[in-house]
Design a protein around this ligand. Structure first.
Ligand SMILES: [Zn+2]
Length: 187
């Protein structure tokens, strides 16, 4: 069961799932039991353990859960970043990092789709994993038509991302560590 709702009601899900869910393409609040199922049945990665290619994207202490049960590319539920590997594995590393960073922005700043997209675009430029030519591929995962008041349609969302990317002139966060073959990491 899904209950369409504004991100501001995310506090309805309490306890272990202190915040709620803000999915990548559709901002909705599932029943508490659905959110718990996603968290409990997924594969948990501690902060610093989740990799995208050679990169180890970080988001403070937020842990990552992979589950094919999520009906979207990504979501932010409580203190967790939830990703659907079945949907993400078909995409480029840049697009996967964009989805992770978008959900990370929800962890850091709460609701706000434009802000989350902008954070991901600026972070991608600062960290060097998002090139101008990657943005078209990122945009292809957005629905053509707006699914909610918080998520503009593809063209508007893409234009905003381009503008954020262009405006990013200096790193906005520390680069994510890159794993090396010998298991060491560097920034
Ligand atoms: Zn979002």
């Amino acid at each position: 069961m899904r209950i369409s709702a504004n991100c501001s009601v995310l506090g309805l899900i309490s306890g272990a799932l202190a915040a709620g869910i803000c999915a990548f393409a559709a901002c909705s609040v599932p029943a508490r039991a659905v959110a718990e199922e996603l968290v409990l049945r997924g594969t948990l990665y501690e902060a610093g353990d989740f990799r995208v290619g050679e990169r180890i994207p970080n988001c403070g202490r937020a842990r990552t859960i992979l589950t094919a049960d999520l009906g979207d590319y990504g979501a932010s539920i409580g203190a967790f970043i939830i990703l659907n590997p079945q949907k993400l594995d078909r995409l480029s590393a840049a697009t996967r990092l964009f989805v992770y960073s978008h959900e990370c922005a929800h962890q850091l700043y709460g609701p706000g789709e434009e802000r989350a997209d902008c954070y991901a675009a600026k972070r991608g430029k600062a960290e060097g994993w998002l090139q101008p030519s990657d943005i078209d591929a990122v945009c292809r995962i957005f629905p053509h038509k707006s699914r909610s008041a918080e998520h503009p349609d593809r063209a508007a969302r893409c234009a905003a991302i381009q503008a954020c990317y262009a405006s990013a002139t200096r790193p906005t966060s520390a680069p994510s560590p890159v794993a090396t073959r010998d298991g060491q990491t560097y920034r």
